[in-house]
Design a protein around this ligand. Structure first.
Ligand code: ADP
Ligand code: MG
Length: 693
């Protein structure tokens, strides 16, 4: 075995380990639980727990934790020792089935959006056997869901699992209609491409804004930005390369299929892409990847930035969510087929996605909405805030001809009407890579590109799964009731294309004309998080989620409140950080530097020398300083007037009043940075941060 083969998954209680360590009947019972969600017998859970513990202790573990994904967006863990007192002053290492299956972390300080009154601030975690347990920091981590006393979901995993189950159910109905009895389970697959910035840790330490908010709130434009476009795919610098190698090792140990590492478009920006896997595992793995990236970077004296827009003027960081539908027989249902029947089935799935994206533009937009991502979406570097779909010219052409088709045109094609003669074999659209589209068909998968780099991929996948499953369920209802399947199928595809083709846009999403055209087409344009969030709880969406039991109405409202609150708090922290930096760092530095110029000026005047430079500089700096002081005071005053009661009102105020004041304050500070000597400016410059590795 090669080093990597041996390393890969060495910290994962995976199938191989289970087969090795579990009695045959226990393994079989666990497999059933993993695959079809059958409830696990407590006796079986005990056996599994013991095997897990023994394995973990052999690997040096002393603790276990229920690892979960609360609404904070990061993962949470509470470590518990395996030790169990014997009553005679000694301990044994113990881990019971009960401890494996259920946990009871104190949940009062996790966001719940009003779901849990404090008197019952109890939360429970429950084992998710469909995601492997793993070892991190000498701790056995059990992936779990997190819910309230009343059973409401408090996390990002529960709705994802619900939505995957829904996709399974509805897709199987469709497959059955096509005569496919072989497939017994369908899952959605995801490959998230992860962008990030790497800078020297020492410079990071000197930036309060990066430490507290993840992005630079000040910083004059460097003489060289990314105009030259010479970083993308460029040679990787030795320090970065060493980091990437160690990161790969750490991820491989955890069974994460890290595959590709390369430089991205902006200076100091990079990307990591894993091989795709099922949505649940992909989500867990992406959380682990983000955590591990930061950790490994620290070991290399680097700071890894995951913010959507750490630096103004250069590209921000996103995440591409590559999504497809896979059967347990190994077929990707979004892969155009070889035969007419396969093609008809492919077309049905395709139009289901088209209809879903068109009808639920608002939900897709919301699934990527955050204060951070507002700095990026629509910024000529990332997809616009308008949701549309790229299919490429070939596929669009095919849909047009299907739509235009008359019965007569293919009267001879009796046995299979849909697109037989026009869908001989797909040309994979790999050359036409439209980077400006938020949602692109890329040959055999859809790539949702609007995600921000730090966000959990859970929400976008919950939405994708739910909206596509809803359309599939509508299709199945129609087709199951049809007298003639072929005719009904043909009609359904034609009707769906006709009704929803407005969502297809293959042009340049960055062009200003697109905004106009999208408006004419009746597409939604929700530029900010505050514009988008209220749609989350409109009647149509409540209907959708409750019908399919993805969210209860209470869960929806709680999430809506959490999202609004997160937005407001994010902007508030940024505003307070700016005020702090101006008052304690930037203004004092300006005063010091002015003082220096003042001294030089006085001296030179005494000697009768020319002091144009000092006079000019001092006057310009003084003017900017007055403005800076006034703008800082204005921000302080505005912050004190923030409405506190209604969450939507508060968020709106932060967007409309606070953010513009912050932008104005930055403008003056950045102008001052250009006038003050580098040694005197209290913050590392963009040039140093972006080019020092
Ligand atoms: P790009 O050119 O955008 O980097 P790639 O073909 O390299 O595209 O794939 C990017 C990501 O898409 C990877 O994470 C890859 O595993 C994932 N991917 C490939 N095929 C599928 C699929 N069928 N379903 C989901 N994700 C996929
Ligand atoms: Mg991509």
């Amino acid at each position: 075995m090669s080093r990597i083969e041996e390393l890969f998954g060495s910290m994962v209680f995976n199938d191989v380990v289970m087969q090795e360590r579990l009695p045959e009947d226990t393994y079989a019972a666990l497999k059933r639980t993993m695959e079809v969600g059958k409830k696990l017998d407590p006796a079986v859970a005990d056996v599994v727990a013991r095997a897990m513990k023994d394995w973990a202790i052999e690997k040096g573990c002393t603790h276990f934790t229920h690892w979960f994904q609360p609404m904070t967006g990061i993962t949470a863990e509470k470590h518990e020792g395996f030790i169990h007192p014997m009553g005679d002053g000694t301990v044994i290492m113990k881990f019971s089935g009960k401890e494996l299956v259920k946990g009871e972390p104190d949940a009062s300080s996790f966001p719940n959006g009003g779901l849990r009154a404090t008197f019952e601030a109890r939360g429970y975690t429950a084992w998710d056997p469909s995601s492997y347990a793993f070892i991190k920091d000498n701790t056995l981590c059990i992936p779990t869901v997190f819910y309230s006393y009343n059973g409401e979901a408090l996390d990002k995993k529960t709705p994802l699992l619900r939505s995957m189950e829904l996709m399974n159910k509805q897709t199987l109905r469709i497959l059955k209609l096509f005569g496919n009895e072989e497939v017994t389970h369908v899952t959605t697959s995801v490959g998230p491409e992860q962008e990030y910035f790497l800078i020297d840790r020492e410079l990071y330490r000197q930036r309060e804004d990066l430490i507290l908010t993840g992005r630079t709130l000040f910083g004059a434009k460097p003489p060289k930005g990314q105009e030259m476009e010479n970083h993308y795919y460029g040679a990787i610098k030795p320090r970065v390369y060493a980091f990437m190698q160690e990161l790969d090792d750490e991820l491989w140990k955890l069974g994460v299929l890290a595959k590709t590492e390369h430089n991205e478009a902006a200076p100091a920006q990079h990307e990591l892409a894993p091989i795709y896997t099922n949505s649940n595992t992909a989500t867990d793995h992406n959380q682990l990847t983000m955590e591990m990236m930061k950790k490994v970077a620290e070991r290399h004296d680097l700071a890894l930035l995951l913010h959507e827009k750490p630096f103004a003027g250069v590209n921000g960081s996103g995440k591409h969510n590559n999504w497809s539908i896979s059967t347990n027989t190994g077929v990707n249902l979004l892969e155009p087929g070889e035969s007419p029947a396969e093609n008809a089935q492919f077309l049905l799935f395709l139009v289901a996605v088209i209809k879903a994206v068109d009808e639920y533009q608002d939900l897709l937009r919301i699934s990527v909405a955050s204060a951070g991502n507002d700095n990026r979406l629509g910024g000529n570097e990332a997809p616009p805030a308008i949701i549309s779909m790229f299919l490429g010219d070939d596929l669009t052409e095919i849909l047009h001809s299907i739509e235009a088709e008359t019965e007569a045109a293919h009267a001879d094609q009796s046995e299979m009407k849909v697109g037989v003669h026009i869908l001989p074999r797909f040309i994979r659209d790999t050359t036409d890579r439209n980077r400006t589209s938020p949602f692109a068909f890329t040959g055999n998968k859809f790539e949702f590109r609007s995600l921000g780099a730090p966000q959990s991929i859970s929400a976008p996948n919950v939405i994708l799964n739910t909206i596509v499953a809803e359309e599939l369920s509508q299709f199945a209802d129609i087709l199951e009731a049809a007298e003639d399947f072929q005719t009904a199928l043909h009609q359904l595809i034609v009707d769906t294309v006709k009704a929803h083709k407005r969502i297809i846009f293959n042009g340049n999403g960055y062009a200003p004309e697109w905004v106009e055209e999208a408006k004419a087409r009746g597409l939604l344009n929700l530029p900010t998080t505050v514009d988008a969030l209220p749609y989350f709880i409109n009647e149509k969406n409540i209907q959708l989620f409750t019908k399919h039991k993805i969210y209860t109405s209470e869960e929806l409202h709680s999430r809506y409140e959490i999202y609004l609150d997160t937005y407001t708090r994010t902007v508030e922290i940024e505003a307070l950080t700016m005020i702090d930096m101006v008052s304690k760092k930037i203004l004092p530095a300006c005063i010091q530097y002015s003082d220096l110029i003042g001294h030089s000026l006085a001296q030179k005047k005494n000697l009768g020398l020319s002091c144009d430079a000092e006079e000019g500089l001092l006057s310009r700096i003084s003017n900017h300083m007055s403005t800076l002081y006034q703008k800082n005071e204005a921000l302080i005053t505005a912050h004190n007037r923030c409405p506190k009661e209604d969450p939507l009102e508060a968020a709106t105020y932060y967007r409309d009043t606070i953010l513009p004041l912050m932008a104005a304050l930055r403008q003056t500070a950045d102008a001052l940075e250009m006038l003050i000597g580098e040694e005197y400016w209290p913050l590392p410059s963009y040039t140093r941060m972006l080019y020092s590795l």
